[in-house]
Design a protein around this ligand. Sequence first.
Ligand code: HEC
Ligand code: HEC
Ligand SMILES: [Cu+2]
Length: 431
Amino acid sequence: MDYIVPDKVSTVADFFDDLNLAIFLASAFFTVAIVGAMLYFAFRYRAKSSNDITPRIEGNHLLEIVWTVVPTVVVVVIAWVGIVLREKMFEVSPNVIPIYVTAWKWAWEFRYPTGKRTSGQNAELVVPVNKPVKLVIASKDVIHSLFIPAVRIKQDAVPGQLKYMTFTALKTGEYPIFCAEYCGTRHSYMMAKLRVVSEEEFNTWVNTIPEKTMPKRILGKKLYTDLGCNACHSVESGVNLVGPSFYDVFGAQRNFKDGTSLTADENYILESILYPNKRVVQGFNENVMPSYEGRLSQEELMALVSFIVELKTAPKEELVEVVFEKDEKIDLEKMTPLERGKYLYSAKGCNACHSVDGSQLVGPSFKGLHGARREFADGSSVVADDSYIKDSILNPNARIVKGFVAAMPSYQGQLNEDDLAGIVEFIKSLK
Ligand code: HEC
Ligand code: HEC
Ligand SMILES: [Cu+2]
């Protein structure tokens, strides 16, 4: 066997090869038995002269039972062994090293929690020997399939979803990786390399990072505030705002309004960002969180997922303060009221729920708001003047605008008079 199968380096490889050999031998046995019997009967009962008539035999219960039961048992055993093997391939052990894999036309990218990354022509999946790794696989465009023959595992990369694959490599060396799903003209160039190294070598490699690349979760943390997720989700344990705290999500059991439940994995987190209303967490409202489908790149989505997944394990100081070179010092006092309002609109995350172009997000658009008549859920109405706008920001739930839910947090204590005046100016300017 070793001469006709590729190198094998994983814990499941022997099991896989044995099953493969067993199926091959069973097929060979039945081929010989069936074709042999056929040839024998053709010879044994051939017509010896033109008036030699073969007897016609009908029905033999014993024979029929035997040839139904035996193959059924054989097929069930093969299926059962296959299921056990499949379970082994996807079994996740604790302390497993996560590696984020992204596929696109036509390259692979491998990213590690430290920020180390390899891709394209130099794509290398580097793993330590004898340590389990978990691949979290995404696709940017069409379906691809990550196939590592030496490890005997294969998993599709499906756009809009995350797929997993786990393995433990047992032997150092270099082995090829292919795309096993026809994905276009340069499909056959979509190759990468699996490099199994010693644990020390792996640790040095994974921590040597060219200066500019940063861990995905840091970009995720930036997006968390840039996109206004922080308006509805805290990162502190047990602190629920409009939505659940991110701290307690990954690996925890989530219970949904429809009575179903699941353990939150990466794929569930991605799904919650793309399709928030597909599963609504118990104790929270549906149709509050906007869908981010089509608004974020694959890279940004993965960054948000790693941010939430690694929240508990990331170095604490990272979460407290992350300084980005781009962020300049902001001096509110030097701004005109209009500039200040515009700045606060995004800095305070109002933009997560209020558009400035007339489109409706979670809350009403700011466009044309000032001076317009507002109708409330309780049937009353008022013309939106400066004091109405200020009051809406400080006591958002005092009056609920018709057609909306009470999703807005109060900004009492977070904005001073000048901030409020600035926001009013900004809203006024949006005619
Ligand atoms: C307007 C408020 C709002 C904003 C903005 C918002 N969310 Fe949510 N989110 C919610 C609510 C409410 C829920 C719970 C209901 C549900 O499951 O849809 C939720 C649920 C989630 C969940 C599932 C949490 C769990 O406990 O299972 C994830 C993950 C999530 N949001 C991620 C995000 C990310 C990432 C962003 C920013 C890109 C974001 N949300 C922006 C309101 C919001
Ligand atoms: C989590 C989502 C969310 C965030 C963040 C948010 N709002 Fe709102 N806001 C709403 C919703 C929903 C309504 C409509 C329901 C209501 O009246 O409370 C609303 C209503 C308003 C209104 C009244 C609008 C009208 O049509 O009469 C104003 C003004 C307003 N918000 C200003 C702000 C400002 C300024 C910020 C940022 C400092 C902000 N909001 C942040 C969700 C949000
Ligand atoms: Cu491909």
